[in-house]
Design a protein around this ligand. Structure first.
Ligand code: DGJ
Length: 734
């Protein structure tokens, strides 16, 4: 059993890690350990209280023990205002305006299976796969009770955390900060690894030392954002891909978040992650509860590669739901970079026709099919097909596409609202806007107030109608601006601080109800590319368009950064035209295909303009991807080199180690360059592998070697013939 409770000592064990807490004699819940698996020992001797000036002592011990301070103890639940001066996870104001909290341990319970969170995404697992720990804490003076929730999935070394705050008093309480996790490390020199970016250049890795002081990344944009991803890693200083201790934190939440660290006066480090408090407050009337979203944590003692694989597996098997979890995803063609807004039904059917002749599975009609939308300046909200532009009904278009043997998918931006739209003219109060203030426009648009149930119901009804009419199998759910001027005409003054979270809950509700109506529907998340690429969204949308940047070389960095927290099967990736529309760069077709195969794979270019030879190349690529799909989608993923090297190489290995694929792209070509070597991982040491080059037009056997020889000796990467050349090397058990 992964969880045990013995006289106030609570120990959680996963396959490779231990997490522990202990209630002390004052009923303070001390965090005693999180790290590689130990033998169940009580780790509390690691906590060495000392008298620290200006770190006060609770009244219960004050006169007798100056070493006991909430300011220096590692705490399982950190709260603001009563002796803990570090960054803290829970802030609240009582009816008198006081902001001082201190919680004590009241009890704990183990439950079979993994808890779920009403209205929120959460890791799911059955009773054979997981256990839940509930820990009860209370601040009687403030009248607040807290249930700390832990979900334990031993096999993947995953521990989740969330919290339910309850007003157990007789007067209202206002929550000001309710983080999902607060975690203390009593010692250690750490690096903080985070993923920053911008539109069309998401998830670049930053690694810096955690020094004394506070450090944070977060979003107040209404979404998790292109700018900072809600996934972060704390790694001991010399941790690399294969060695060292590291801790990952993935927020299952698509709204505003804050990830904070503080290295304190005694060199201890605290991590806090949760909803961003700047834009948050929540009224709790007596008896009311507030449930935080969930953070998924994992720890690896074997470097960053293992940590990523823990998250990949957990997301693939315990976050992504529905029939598409285990199904091969359709190879799609999307018309956006082929036509932008300039298309009619005839053009779309020509694209679909050629796509069908290349063996693709799904045709996706992107932006511009509804209202009067021929540019990005109108019609969001008017979700009725523009039959004049299409030259036919959506139903007829869907039928024509299906007749060609393709599934039909469509783009929508349900949260968007154009100023120039009938919906805005009819319901100006449905826009997110502060009364008396001219709203900020972005891409000419506003945001629909999805914190309101009437608006949610309206948009859901429209989506259901579209899916029915078009016989739609796939939706690309886009969002194309950050949210400012956050205010809902529907909320009273004292509840405006609830807007941002209620908005996210509204988005989740619409997604959940849409999926309930069409369980087979595949939804691809999108937010101007990867502006809402988070584990919360993946609960509803098994794949997310990784970036609006389709340049194969830039994609290497974007997908590399994304791979730290998210699996390949979640990353939308397409082959697009050259010169690339975002960068003007020319890359070989093969390189574009290999890069897109490290994702869900599809095409986004005008294939009607391609030569028969180019179409043949597409046919072979589609055939090859079909063959490799299972391995890429379900296998283990290894980063063998990084975009800062001359060649980015990654590896997919089948779960039984019988087959592996090395993919590589050269981007630092020099005259007379040294040979570039990588060491494959994850092979069976004493098995013999047939090593061959693997091309869309066939493979070429190269040599045979044991797994041990390959993993220790390495593989010489096939040298480039031209700039941005690429290769696939296959290793199959002979
Ligand atoms: C942004 C998306 O990321 C693009 O792929 C495309 O769908 C456009 N929006 C359409 O407006």
């Amino acid at each position: 059993m992964p969880i045990s409770i013995r006289n106030g000592l609570i120990t959680i064990e996963t396959a490779g890690t231990t997490y522990q807490m202990k209630a002390d004699s004052l009923s303070t819940l001390i965090h005693t350990y999180y790290g590689p698996k130990i033998d169940g020992a009580d780790m509390s001797p690691l906590i060495v209280p000392r008298d620290r000036g200006f770190s006060g002592n609770p009244a219960e011990v004050g006169m007798f023990d100056k070493t006991y301070s909430l300011d220096t103890l590692p705490l399982e639940l950190s709260s603001f205002g009563d002796g803990d001066y570090r960054i803290t996870g829970l802030h609240a104001e009582d009816a008198e305006g006081a902001r001082a909290l201190r919680f004590t341990f009241k009890g704990a319970k183990i439950l079979p299976g993994k808890y779920s969170l009403p209205g929120l995404p959460a890791v799911y697992a059955d009773e054979t796969e997981a256990e839940t720990l509930e820990v009860y804490m209370a601040d009687e003076a403030a009248g607040i009770g807290v249930t700390l929730l832990y979900g334990v999935l031993p096999e993947t070394d995953i521990i989740t955390r969330a919290m339910i705050v309850k007003n157990e008093g007789k007067a209202p309480v206002r929550l000001l900060k309710a983080a999902s996790v607060s975690l203390d490390y009593v010692y250690g020199d750490f690096d903080l690894i985070t993923f920053h970016g911008r539109h069309a250049m998401e998830r670049n890795l930053t690694r810096r030392e955690v020094v004394h002081g506070m450090e944070s990344v977060g979003s107040v944009r209404g979404m998790s954002s292109h700018h900072y991803n809600p996934f972060a890693i704390l790694a001991e200083k010399d941790t690399d891909e294969m060695h060292g201790r590291c801790f990952g934190f993935s927020f299952l939440y698509s709204g505003e978040f804050l990830f904070e660290t503080e290295k304190d006066q005694v060199d201890a480090t605290r991590v806090i992650m949760g909803i961003h408090p700047d834009d948050f407050s929540w009224e709790l009337q007596p008896g009311d509860t507030f449930t935080t979203p969930e953070v998924m944590m994992s720890m690896s003692g074997e470097g960053l590669g293992k940590l990523s694989r823990n998250f990949h597996r957990a997301i693939r098997e315990h976050v992504i739901r529905g029939p598409w979890r285990d199904r091969r995803r359709p190879v799609l063609i999307n018309n956006w970079e082929a036509t932008y807004f300039d298309f009619d039904g005839k053009k779309l059917l020509e694209i679909a026709d050629t796509a069908a002749s290349c063996g693709l599975d799904l045709f996706v009609l992107d932006d511009g099919w509804f209202g009067k939308r021929n540019l990005d300046d109108s019609s969001l909200g008017d979700w009725a097909p523009n039959e004049e532009k299409l030259g036919m009904s959506l139903k007829a278009l869907g039928e024509a596409i299906r007749e060609k043997g393709l599934m039909f998918g469509i783009w929508v931006e349900p949260e968007g609202l154009s100023v120039n739209s009938d919906l805005y003219r009819q319901h100006p109060d449905w826009a997110v806007a502060v009364p008396g203030r001219n709203p900020e426009l972005s891409r000419h648009q506003l945001i629909l107030d999805l914190s309101r149930q009437d608006v949610q119901d309206h948009i859901l009804a429209r989506l259901i109608a579209i899916v029915r009419e078009g016989g739609i199998s796939y939706i690309k759910w886009d969002l194309n601006r950050s949210i400012s001027g956050k205010y809902s005409a529907h909320l009273p003054k004292e509840r405006q601080g609830e807007f941002s979270h209620r908005y996210v809950l509204g988005v989740y509700r619409v997604l959940e109800m849409l999926l309930a109506e069409f369980p087979d529907l595949l939804i691809e998340g999108c937010c101007g590319g990867g502006g809402r690429f988070d584990a919360g969204m993946l609960y509803y949308t098994p794949q997310i368009w990784c970036s609006d940047n389709t340049d194969a070389v830039n994609r290497l960095s974007i997908q590399y950064g994304t791979s730290f927290g998210y699996p390949t099967s979640a990353m939308g990736a397409h082959v697009s035209a050259v010169p690339n529309h975002q960068t003007g760069r020319n890359t070989p077709m093969k390189t574009r295909a290999i890069t897109a195969m490290a994702g869900t794979f599809g095409y986004e270019l005008d294939i009607t303009k391609m030569s028969e030879a180019e179409l043949d190349e597409i046919r072979s690529e589609v055939g090859l991807f079909r063959e490799l799909n299972e391995l890429i989608r379900t296998g283990d993923y290894y980063r063998l080199s990084a975009p800062k090297d001359v060649c980015t190489v990654w590896e997919n290995v089948s779960r039984d180690g019988a087959e592996a694929l090395l993919s590589g792209v050269w981007h630092g070509i020099e005259a007379n360059s040294p040979v570039f070597y990588v060491r494959p991982q994850g092979l069976v040491p004493d098995a013999l592998y047939e090593v061959s080059s693997c091309d869309a037009d066939g493979g070429r056997p190269m040599y045979r070697m044991s797994g041990a020889a390959l993993m220790n000796g390495g593989v010489a990467c096939l040298m480039p013939d031209r700039e941005y050349d690429s290769f696939l090397i296959r290793m199959k058990r002979a």
